[in-house]
Design a protein around this ligand. Structure first.
Ligand code: SAH
Length: 401
């Protein structure tokens, strides 16, 4: 393939690997056009999959929230380790639609510390002959490293995922990583399963703390390696601000925050509501959520471990729980129908849907639309510049009010 006539929107991409790497699909497109593309993607899904009329969707659209500097925005990266054709240990990213590793320690979306962490681990592997994991045979030791940085705190986490219980010369590796400015958490995660799920369940600290700290707005969060935490802190603040605005809280409301992770949205909401209940499937995340509430002196938030589609129906049927506002922020597959059905039965005044996949969002809005709710406003928020992914926030409220 070659470019015959360049598009007027074509720009020089900063990363030499953008074509092979599966991460950034839109790098050669000007940022302004990327935003337009993403807004259209959401709009088209709402119309095509959601079945809403173009007039309605356009009338309640608010302009997509972009970034001022759309590079090096990611606070988290998970780099796989493997071998190149010559048999050298390498790390980088998977090529698009494959598990071949493209050696690259300097990703244009990540923080600059990634490179130092990766080079430290590679040097350690070479020096002590530590093997990389080979997923074809399920053999070899180092699978991935998870690197996370608190943008506000400057704290750095490196969690090495291994196919075994222990690394040779563990202390030496920990000491080497500890020299990197900002490093406050070095751990290993044990994953001996033959799976493409990156993290196992067990974390063992080698040096420092298991968790790092970060701040969004005026809420402080402690984040464990196993918990979900939004990857773009600059945009997260704007996204949560938008969700909070759509929630329209005056101080007397009861709010349910489903798929709450470490309670990030919940604690934002708690400051403006009477009571917030959070539900999340990962127990470590709920432990973080409770700790985060306490740390911030927030006493009107309560958290439950479990599937949203099980906890909510159970609480509703057994205890008749109530909601003025329900916020959902599910993973890409969207909400389970049992969850949506219960939400409708609870008859909240407003539903705020935060979504990272506008196709499943549109499917779920269609259901809610048929069950008495109307889309009032929607807005894209670009959490993932350079890629085709986009976050959306939607405000729905009951048609009969
Ligand atoms: N609102 C949070 C997390 C959003 S990511 C934030 O902004 O940080 C989606 C979360 O849903 C993840 O933490 C994931 O572990 C959780 N999750 C996935 N399936 C779930 C389910 N069926 N029920 C409840 N939580 C679920």
């Amino acid at each position: 393939e070659k470019v015959l006539v360049p598009s007027p929107f074509r720009v020089q991409p900063p990363c030499p690997f953008h074509r092979q790497c599966g991460g950034c699909q839109l790098q050669p497109l000007s940022y302004e056009k990327q935003l337009e593309f993403k807004q259209n993607k959401i709009r088209n899904n709402l119309i095509r999959i959601g079945g809403f009329s173009p007039e309605h969707i356009d009338a309640c659209m608010e302009p997509i929230i972009g970034m001022e500097d759309p590079w090096h925005y990611r606070n988290k990266a998970q780099f796989p380790f493997g071998y190149d054709k010559e048999g050298n240990v390498v790390t980088g990213f998977y090529a698009g639609r494959s598990h071949n590793i493209i050696a690259n320690t300097d990703c244009a979306l990540g923080v600059e510390e990634n490179k130092t962490v990766l080079e430290t681990i590679l040097a350690y592997m070479k020096k002590y002959g530590v093997s990389a994991y080979d997923e074809t045979y399920g053999k070899g030791l180092i699978r991935h490293v998870l690197i996370r940085k608190g943008f506000a705190s400057g704290q750095l986490m490196a969690c090495v995922v291994i196919n075994g219980n222990k690394l040779p010369e563990e202390k030496t590796l920990a000491e080497e990583l500890w020299k990197i400015p900002g490093m406050t958490s070095v751990s290993v995660n044990v994953n001996t399963e033959r799976t493409n799920v990156i993290l196992g369940k067990k974390v063992r600290v080698l040096k420092g703390e298991e968790k790092i700290e970060d701040t969004i707005g005026d809420v402080v969060f402690r984040i464990s390696p196993l918990s979900f935490y939004q990857v773009n802190p600059v945009q997260t603040k704007k996204l949560y601000g938008q969700a909070l605005e759509y929630a329209g809280l005056a101080g007397e409301e009861t709010v349910w925050d489903l798929y709450c992770g470490i309670g990030t949205i919940s604690l934002f909401l708690a400051k403006k509501a009477k009571k917030v209940y959070g539900v999340e499937i990962v127990p470590e995340a709920i432990a973080d959520a409770k700790e985060n509430a306490a740390r911030n002196g927030i006493t009107n938030a309560e958290f439950f471990v479990g599937k949203a589609e099980e906890v909510l129906p159970q609480k509703y049927e057994e205890e008749g729980v109530y909601a003025d506002v329900i916020v959902v922020d599910p993973p890409r597959k969207g909400c389970d129908e049992k969850c949506l059905e219960t939400m409708v039965r609870m008859r909240p005044e407003r539903i705020v849907y935060v979504s990272c996949d506008s196709a499943t969002l549109a499917r779920d809005l269609k259901y809610l639309g048929e069950m008495g709710y109307e889309v009032r406003k929607w807005r894209g928020c670009d959490m993932f510049p350079g890629t085709v992914h986009v976050e959306t926030v939607v405000l729905m409220s009951r048609k009969d009010t």
